[in-house]
Design a protein around this ligand. Structure first.
Ligand SMILES: Nc1ncnc2c1ncn2[C@@H]1O[C@H](COP(=O)(O)OP(=O)(O)OP(=O)(O)O)[C@@H](O)[C@H]1O
Ligand SMILES: [Mg+2]
Length: 341
């Protein structure tokens, strides 16, 4: 049974910014579903529409069987939302924060008390109920955030980048809680992330979203299988950008049309060559390249990762965009051109 169903869901912000562009997907009861995409992909905008915080421009979405635009109060009662910017009061205790949320949902005092106890145990914060949140670590705050989204026993919980800014160890811990939550409470989890590993480890199914469009959707295994075979990454012994571009241009020209090459994409200072079978393709590839006087510094063979999947469908990697300023208008124009080709 689906707890979320989106059909041609679209959000256009003023200035004709198509943040979410005609997307279709569903989330099953008890499932962990991830939106994986870079900055500006439209993840938060989608979450806000599903949470009734933003009206869709067109299309429809139902959550727990209710239309987000027509039955927003019914939807709100059945969802929990841990926002991207942690929404807790630093100058109150964990218990006070959680109880306040319980009152928002008009739960009675006894129910609140019982759930505070259970939830603090669930997220492994038992013993910290009466400590000020200002004394919590980043990971503890995120766990409190999770608990706050659960106080009214929702059918779906939305987690917008739940582990951004956490160190790898804390992140791995949080994954365990999120996983336990889905399995022990049967609650569906819709999460957004730009960490491939997070989607890979945690989600039952993943939608890769870029520039407002879902470019691919399936289990991690299905997504990787969809690009097939192995990835051979060729890194040239160059330092300057022009030299790298020249290497990519020449190598692509030389390898184009070879029967073992399925596809080639520039990737982070290297060229990724998609082949059916890496171990048989590499010797042929090396022979052809050396015959043409093309030097290669390192060559590696790997199974496709979610980053390769992302690269294949969008022509970019998620990694290279982190921390850079992105010109979304320009990228959108490029993506539209690619789609219309
Ligand atoms: N209130 C707004 N008005 C106009 N444009 C907006 C508004 N909010 C978001 N956008 C634009 O819509 C697009 C999608 O933004 P959104 O916040 O949904 O992306 P995101 O995937 O959540 O990104 P991030 O990973 O940075 O959180 C971006 O181009 C963004 O600049
Ligand atoms: Mg966001």
């Amino acid at each position: 049974m689906s707890v979320i169903e989106a059909k041609a869901l679209t959000k256009i912000y003023p200035g004709d910014i198509k943040a979410v562009d005609t997307i279709d997907f569903h989330v099953n009861a008890g499932e962990i579903f991830a939106f994986l995409g870079p900055n500006g992909a439209g993840k938060t905008t989608t979450i806000k529409m599903l949470n009734t915080l933003l009206m869709p421009t067109s299309g429809t979405a139902t959550v727990a069987g209710f239309d987000v635009a027509k039955n927003s109060a019914e939807v709100r009662r059945r969802v929990g939302y841990a926002a991207q910017d942690v929404g807790i009061d630093e100058h109150a205790t964990g218990r006070e924060n959680l109880s306040l949320y319980g009152h928002f949902y008009r739960l009675d005092g006894r129910t609140i008390k019982a759930r505070v106890k259970d939830l603090f145990e669930l997220v492994d914060l038992a013993g910290y109920e009466d400590k000020m949140v200002s004394t919590y670590s980043g990971g503890m705050r995120k766990r409190l955030d999770l608990a706050m989204g659960l106080i009214h026993e929702p059918q779906v919980i939305f987690l917008d980048e739940p582990t951004t800014g956490l160190d790898p160890q804390t992140r791995a811990h949080l994954w365990e809680y999120i996983n336990n939550l889905a399995r022990s409470m049967g609650v569906a989890i819709f999460l957004t992330t730009h960490y491939m590993e997070e989607a890979d480890r945690l989600a039952d199914r993943i939608a890769i979203i870029d520039l407002g469009k879902i470019v691919s959707l399936g289990t991690s295994g299905e997504l990787k299988k969809s690009i097939g075979g192995d990835v051979v990454t060729l890194t040239p012994p160059v330092e300057r950008d022009e030299e790298l571009r020249e290497f990519i241009k020449r190598t692509e020209a030389v390898l184009a049309g070879q029967p073992f090459v399925a596809e080639m994409k520039p990737s982070d200072g290297a060229l990724a060559v998609y082949v059916n079978d890496g171990s048989s393709a590499v010797p042929d590839m090396m022979q052809i390249l050396s015959g043409q006087g093309i030097d290669v510094k390192t060559i590696s063979i790997s199974r496709p990762s979610l980053d390769d999947v992302f690269l294949k469908y969008t022509g970019r990697t998620i990694r290279t965009q982190e921390g850079t300023r992105t010109n979304f208008a320009q990228l959108r124009r490029q993506a539209n051109r690619r789609r219309n080709q």
